[in-house]
Structure formats: C-alpha cells, structure tokens
Design a protein around this ligand. Structure first.
Ligand SMILES: Nc1ncnc2c1ncn2[C@@H]1O[C@H](COP(=O)(O)OP(=O)(O)O)[C@@H](O)[C@H]1O
Ligand SMILES: [Mg+2]
Length: 709
C-alpha cells in the first residue's frame, strides 16, 4: 500500500477558516439586557413591528419598478424576480401587485391582517413557488441589519427554588422581549414610538418639499402596537418571579432575562411554519396548536401546567413570521375552525389549555377544483367570509413561459446540447393550451399567443388585443397544461438522449405523454391540447424553414442591405424626393419595382401600397422618437417579406431540396454547400453538428415534398 503524502505547505482548513465570518456570527447571535433592548427599540422602532409589517418591509427592501400593460400601470415588486432569494417568478405582475396590496393593508392594520390569504389557481401556476419565495425571503431578511429580530430567554431559574429544573429556558414562541414589560409601560412605549415616528415623518415631508421632491415618495411609518400578552409559559415564570421578588419587576428582569438576536429558519421551525393536511382520518389538531409534552408532564405532574406544553404547533412555530397552508381546503372542517380563530381573533386555543396570542401572516393556497367545491358548500361560509382570494393564473406570455424553462434548462444548466427553438416551442405549446379558443374563429391560438406576448400582427393594435383579453377574463385559470407537465417532458427527453435534444424530440415526448397523462382528466381537453400541438408544429415548421433559408442566404448583412434600400425608397416615395443610387451616386426616382417585389411577399395589394408604406414610415418615425432603432427585424411582417425576397434570390442558385440526407452521394459538389449552411447554423444560430443536420434534413424534406413556396 502506498502511503498518503501530506503536504506541509497547504492547510486547507486554515484557509477556509479565514474566509469564515466570525463577526457575522457574533452579530447574528448578539445578546443584551432588556434595558439595552428597550433603548435599541427607541432607536429602531422597526424591531417591534408586526408580522405583516415585517413581511411588507422585506418585500419593499428589494425595490419596485413600474410595468405598463395595455396602458395600465402596475407595480412590479423586484423581490419576486430576485434569483438570490429562490426560484424567481416571471410575470404575474397583476396578482402579485394585488398580493402585496393585501400585505400592505395588513401592515397598516386596515383589517386584512385578520384575514386568511388564499392563492387560488390551476395546478402548477406558481402558488407554492410564491409561498417558498416569501418564506426564504423572510429567512434571509432576519439575517440582515434591516430585518434583525430579537427574543429572550429566562436565566438563573435554578436560583429560585421550585421554579424549574433547568437554569435557562428560552421563550418557546420567540416572542418580542418588550412583552415582558408590564402593560402600562408597553402602552407608554407605544405612544412614544408612534409620536417620534410621526414627527420624524412630518420632518421628512417638509424636507422633501423644500428639495422639490414628491412627499408621497416618503413611506409612512408603521404604526406600533404592543398590546398582546406573553405566552402561558412565560406568563407563569413572570407571575411566580414577581411573587418571589415581591413585585420588584426590575430585579426580576435584571436577574432572569437575557435578550438575544435570532433568525427565522424553516428547517429549525422558527418563524416559518408549513402545514400540509394528510388524509382526513389522520389529521390532528395538535399539529396546528401544539400539545402536552408527556415527558415534561411526568416532571410537572399536571397536564394544564404551562411548562408541560410543547409550543411546536405550526401556529406557534410561525409566530412573528408566516405560516403556509398547503392545499388548505383539504383540511378537515373541525381544524378549519382553528384556522378561523387564528385569522379572526389572532388567538389560538389548544385543547385543554390556555389560549395564546399569535401574530403571523397566514398564507394558504388551493387548486381551483377544491375552491369551487368550497364555494358551493354552505357550511364554509365563515371561512369564505374571512378569506381574501387572489387568483394566480397560468403564464399566458410566451416569452415568460420560456423564461421558466430557461431557468431550469437554459444556459448550460444541463450537460446536453439543446437545439435552438426546443424550449421556445415547448413554451409556445404550453401557452396555447391555456388560451380560450376564439368563438368567431378570427384568430388561431398561436397568433393569439404572439399577440399576448406583445408581438405585432397585421390588423391588430394594442387596443384590440386589450379588448380581446378583457373578453376572456378567466384565461389562465380554467384550462391548460401546467409548466410541470412540460418540465417532465423535457426531462424525459434529456434522460433518453444523452448527447442532445431537439424540438422534434420534445414535441414527440409531449405527444406520447399527452395520450396517457392522468392529470388531463377529460377527453375533450386531451383532444384540444393535441390540436394545439399540431398548430405549434406548423409554427415550428415556419420557424425552421425561415432559419434554414436565412442560413442559406448568408449573413444578416445581406438582409440589412435590402432593408436599408427599401426604407430609403419608401421615404423618398412618401416625401416625393429622390434616392441616391448607391453605385453611381446619381439621384433617382424611388424604385417602384423593387419595393413591390418585397411587398408582394406579404400580399400587400397594389391598392394599399400607399397605406402600407406610410405605416412603415410611421413605425420608423415613432421608434426614432422613442430613441429606439427600427431594424430589419423590428416589424415581424416586414422582416418576413425581406427574408422571402432574399431567399428567392438565392434559391435559384442553391436548390434547397437537394441539401438533405444522401444528397452528397448523388452529387459530391453539394457537400460543400451543405457544409457551408451547416457551419452557419452552428456558428450563427447556436446549433451543433447533429442538430444542424436534423434541421437541414427536415427543411429539405418539406421542400422536396413541394408543399412550400
Ligand atoms: N409565473 C411563473 N414564474 C416562474 N415559475 C413558474 C411560474 N409558473 C409556474 N412556474 C413553475 O412551474 C412549476 C410549478 O409551480 P408550483 O409553484 O409548484 O405550482 P402550484 O403550487 O401552483 O401547483 C415550478 O417549477 C414553478 O417554478
Ligand atoms: Mg403547489
């Protein structure tokens, strides 16, 4: 056996230790006395904020940006798109705006803090993702300066006979240390802090006015409320010790209280609770509200002794933070009453035990079918009444659905090569399944998906798209495939193909899965989704034909030249001026024949030439005014025309149908051309050797069938 050689020169551990931040550890676990803490609270009133205020501040700490959709402006909360927190959410600006408004209402104490927030939507619409983001956002926030949070432990308990068998005992609900102050002192602090904050705010507004800034940009301070009481165990110690010290409260807290900073942690069950109902028979209320600790019971001998209780129900765990209820409507009815009490009264009442105050954001979600069941159930009226429902629809924007897939598979996330358009086309199918068919058959779903994604199509304006969207209010909520289905299809493909995957493989996988998939329950939907798949395949054909055509034509430079020439001529035509001949520099009349040869490619009739050219000139002018550049591919229809025109010119020299499989055997000369096209597809369009060959074979098979002009 050879001996392991230890190098004396490197010591990995000491290198690693150097990068460990000792100071951060110290600051995260900082300890102090209650009196120091009260001083700190006067400096930083945010320390005593409510759960809703904390959540709201956390979200706002990431900043906001306005988004405009159909001339209406929403606020985008950057938090939801921040990849450092968790899996980012794309789109959903409106429902997330709505959600944050509810949270803001709760932070302001306007009543929404006494409601249950219920995210409702189809399976896979990001409800769970939104909840996990919020949960990890809060965890992270409590590690920051702005989000610091404190609690306390009892110490020296063994110095007082009969009080407890351990010397220290932490507050079991991680409560705020100010709760240890007698109520009249707390009320005094509350008044002081609100008064201080109010005058600081007034001052800031005055200052803003002086500086000519909008005073509305200065956020109003949160109102401080310190009325709720201690949990039963701490109340027990408090009472006993007050007795022991004969009412000398100050002596009690200086001897027995140590304040410390802590952080929320879902895995340690601090500040973040998650409840998922099991099957009806196995549901147990103690999971929500805590239980007698039988081991401690044997020590204290009384099952209503507050020291013999485990404060580990999800409600206690989530105190000061957030409690997520997964599939809340699967919860047995008798437990829903606990949830109701928790929302409305902000109190919980464990069986045979004292009631306790809680302060937390109750965030639940449910799939649409369960929700509909609740709607028709009379006995659920009380719950409905205390619930704020926020609809979370499926993504209906193609490019955002694509972002979801790119997040998971794009940018080298998987070792395999993913051919261009693979994820794009899967995303398109996903979106089309969610769209309502047009009752007048005016527009196909693929085109509708393009419009919803903000692309231009002839005869459609922003106004008419908005009108169409408003006609289908429930789009995204009622039908369609979940992103998870698509994710599964792509992963299956990746498992089966270890070198690369292309759009055909994914669409094939989708087609297979669709036939057997159990989440699609009715045959009509299955048929509809299959039809959508056909439409998407057609679109793919268009995209690939285009791409191969462009690769044959050559670089973008050629198309830019045609584009520039066309635009120059259009302006000359409208202004009644001349154009310079690029070769001779002579002034010439606009080249009508050239312009028509392009316009004919997209069926602009002679009678509409004037309108069409003016609209193009208008687009160019508007782009310039907005400081944007109008390029050859800015307007989808025009770029199509340019491509067709250019392709036609080259087509005569390169016969595409001969480029496919086996062509080089018949004619070795063709091999050179195939290689040229292929290498362009690889270099400029992101294909690899195999996927490029696939596309060439596919497109040439279409052309040799002669069904494409
Ligand atoms: N708008 C969206 N933005 C980002 N990811 C999304 C979006 N919609 C769905 N997803 C993704 O789809 C998958 C299913 O989402 P999930 O949150 O589990 O759905 P739900 O809880 O609504 O059933 C996850 O991978 C999620 O990230
Ligand atoms: Mg879910």
């Amino acid at each position: 056996m050879s001996e392991v050689q230890f190098s004396k020169t490197t010591n990995r551990m000491s290198e690693l230790v150097k990068s460990f931040d000792k100071d951060s550890f110290k600051s995260l676990t900082k300890e102090m006395t209650l009196s120091e803490y009260v001083d700190l609270v006067y400096q930083v009133p945010a320390l005593v904020r409510t759960a809703y205020q904390r959540l709201y501040d956390m979200i706002m700490s990431y900043g906001t940006a306005p988004v405009t959709r159909y001339k209406k402006t929403y606020t985008w909360y950057k938090f939801f798109g921040d990849a450092t927190v968790g899996s980012p959410i794309y789109g959903l600006e409106e429902p997330l705006d709505e959600l944050v408004q509810v949270i803001r209402g709760g932070a302001g104490g306007y009543g929404t803090e006494r409601r249950l927030i219920l995210l409702r939507g189809p399976v896979g619409s990001a409800k769970s993702s939104i909840c996990s983001l919020i949960k990890s956002g809060l965890e992270k926030y409590t590690k920051t300066e702005a989000g610091q949070i404190y609690t306390y432990k009892w110490v020296n308990l063994d110095k007082v006979p009969g009080l407890n068998f351990t010397a220290t005992d932490p507050c079991p609900m991680h409560d705020d240390p100010v709760k240890l102050l007698p109520e009249d002192l707390r009320v005094k602090i509350e008044l002081d802090l609100n008064e201080n904050q109010h005058s600081a705010h007034e001052k800031a507004i005055k200052q803003a006015r002086l500086e000519g800034k909008d005073p509305r940009d200065i956020p109003a301070p949160h109102k401080v409320t310190l009325r709720s009481g201690l949990n039963p165990k701490c109340q027990y110690y408090w009472d006993k010790l007050m007795e022991h010290y004969e009412g000398d409260w100050e002596k009690m807290i200086t001897t027995h209280i140590s304040v410390y900073r802590f952080q929320f942690s879902e895995s340690k069950r601090i500040g973040i609770g998650t409840f998922q109902p099991k099957d009806e028979k196995n549901q147990d209320a103690t999971e929500l509200t805590g239980d007698i600790n039988y081991m401690l019971l044997s020590k204290y001998g009384n099952d209503s002794d507050p020291r013999a209780f485990s404060y580990d129900g999800e409600f206690q765990v989530a105190h000061r933070g957030v409690c997520e209820f997964i599939e809340i409507l699967k919860l047995a009815k008798e437990f829903l009453y606990d949830v109701l009490g928790a929302t409305q009264e902000r109190k919980i009442k464990p069986k045979k035990f004292a009631q306790m105050d809680i302060d937390e954001v109750l965030l639940s979600h449910t799939n649409a079918p369960e929700y509909d069941k609740m709607q028709s159930d009379k006995t659920m009226e009380a719950l409905r009444d205390r619930t704020i429902v926020i609809n979370i629809p499926y993504q209906l924007e193609w490019s955002k659905e694509l972002k979801i897939l790119n997040r998971d598979y794009g940018d080298g996330k998987v070792p395999q090569h993913i051919a261009p358009h693979t994820l794009e086309i899967a995303a398109l199918w996903g979106v089309t399944t969610r769209l309502a068919p047009d009752p007048d058959n005016q527009i196909g779903k693929v085109d509708k998906a393009k419009l919803y994604d903000g692309r231009n199509l002839p005869n459609w304006t922003e106004e008419s798209v908005k009108e169409m969207r408003s006609r289908f209010k429930n789009e995204g909520l009622e039908r369609g495939i979940s992103p998870r289905f698509i994710q599964n299809a792509i992963s299956n493909c990746l498992v089966k193909n270890r070198r690369y995957i292309n759009p055909f493989m994914v669409l094939g996988e989708i087609e297979d899965k669709l036939k057997t998939c159990s989440t699609v329950t009715d045959e009509q939907s299955r048929e509809d989704y299959a039809k959508d798949l056909l439409a998407v395949k057609k679109e793919l054909e268009e995209i690939l034909k285009n791409e191969v055509q462009r690769a044959i034509v050559g670089s973008d430079a050629a198309i830019v030249a045609v584009f520039t020439m066309y635009i120059d001529n259009v302006f000359a035509y409208i202004d009644g001026t001349k154009v310079k001949n690029p070769y001779t520099q002579d002034d010439m009349e606009p080249d009508e024949k050239m312009m028509r040869s392009i316009e004919e490619k997209i069926d602009v009739p002679e009678s509409q030439v004037d309108d069409y050219r003016r609209s193009i000139a208008g687009h160019v002018g508007r782009a310039a005014k907005e400081g944007k550049k109008f390029e050859w591919n800015t307007n989808a229809r025009l770029s199509r025309a340019l491509e067709k025109k250019l392709f036609e010119e080259t087509r005569e020299t390169v016969n595409i149908s001969k480029l496919g499989k086996g062509a080089h055997v018949a004619n070795p000369e063709i091999q050179d051309r195939i290689d040229a096209v292929k290498s362009r597809l690889i270099k400029e369009y992101g294909y690899n050797e195999e996927s490029a060959q696939d596309v060439i074979d596919y497109v040439s098979s279409i052309f040799s069938r002669g069904d494409s002009k």
